[in-house]
Design a binder for this molecule. Structure first.
Ligand SMILES: Nc1ncnc2c1ncn2[C@@H]1O[C@H](COP(=O)(O)OP(=O)(O)OP(=O)(O)O)[C@@H](O)[C@H]1O
Ligand SMILES: [Mg+2]
Length: 261
């Protein structure tokens, strides 16, 4: 007798990270007002807007570095509004680190290995001797290959160019195998060549996870982002793909007289 079969493979929910009514006041000043966001699996989502629009504040709210004044945040359907950053990092919501999190006196490979044995995204302490990390070589080399740091594998992090250091930083973030990767201006201070390399890495890693990036460089946004949210004075001004928001008269006005114009 034929039995109806249900395919039981695990389906990745479309919306990985969502925010509803997110608001943040600093004293009487509301830096973020009633923001709704849906960050989807296998998509690159950009958060853009003029200086002071509230992008970094939204980024810090989503990664739990700031507590919202009002609103809620859900990660894979779980309410994370009240959770601490290290807890949400263990649940798969990982932000890029600052360069200071890269150990300058370690090689590229050792930096990646240290990241691979880190229990979560926030522990900067490492208590295993580097020699005991040998078993992580294989995964380390895979990651190094993914981000294109093969030639620099045995170089000290301190000897890398600024752009290559940022790439290493992304590799250490990927070591945590995030479900959502949040990047605050990943291209800041980079030359054109590194921007191209990091764009390719982000495109590649977003095939299997959600990426949210705050980005000032609009040609990068046009190039790699599927969805764009425009903030202005703490509120969402427009949302859509780049072509849609680029044609929006309100977005053009918001950018007039700013460095992006
Ligand atoms: N800790 C704070 N205390 C008081 N005001 C703050 C604080 N953090 C941010 N703000 C204010 O909130 C507003 C939004 O700041 P935010 O840094 O989020 O903007 P942004 O969009 O990231 O800007 P930029 O493009 O310059 O990075 C600004 O007016 C800023 O001065
Ligand atoms: Mg900012």
């Amino acid at each position: 007798m034929a039995v109806a079969t249900t395919i039981m493979h695990e389906e990745q929910p479309r919306v990985v990270l969502s925010a509803r009514g997110l608001s943040k006041g600093f004293g009487a000043f509301m830096a973020v007002k009633n923001v709704d966001l849906d960050i989807e699996h296998a998509r690159v989502h950009a958060l853009i807007g003029p200086n002071g629009a509230g992008k970094t504040t939204v980024f810090n709210l989503l990664t739990k570095f700031l507590q919202p004044t009002a609103g809620s945040i859900a990660l894979l359907g779980t309410d994370i509004t009240k959770l601490a950053p290290d807890k949400v990092a263990r649940m798969g919501l990982v932000r890029s680190f600052q360069i200071s999190a890269v150990f300058p006196h370690l090689s590229v490979l050792d930096n990646v290995r240290v990241a691979l044995q880190r229990p979560n995204g926030l522990s900067t302490q490492f208590w295993l001797p580097v020699s005991s990390l040998d078993r992580l070589n294989e995964r380390g080399d895979q990651l190094i290959e993914t981000v294109g740091l093969k030639r620099e594998r045995n170089m000290l992090a301190a000897d890398l160019s600024y752009g290559r250091k940022r790439v290493l930083e992304i590799a250490t973030t990927l070591a945590l195998d995030p479900k959502v990767l949040l990047l605050d201006e990943p291209m800041a201070g980079m030359g054109q060549e590194d921007i191209g390399a990091v764009s390719n890495i982000i495109r590649e890693v977003a095939k299997t996870r959600a990426v949210l990036m705050v980005e000032h460089n609009l040609s990068v946004v046009a190039d790699i982002c599927h969805q764009v949210t425009v903030l202005q004075r703490g509120e969402i001004l427009a949302e859509g793909d780049y072509a849609t928001i680029a044609q929006d008269e309100r977005v053009r006005l918001a950018y007039m007289g700013t460095e992006e114009a």
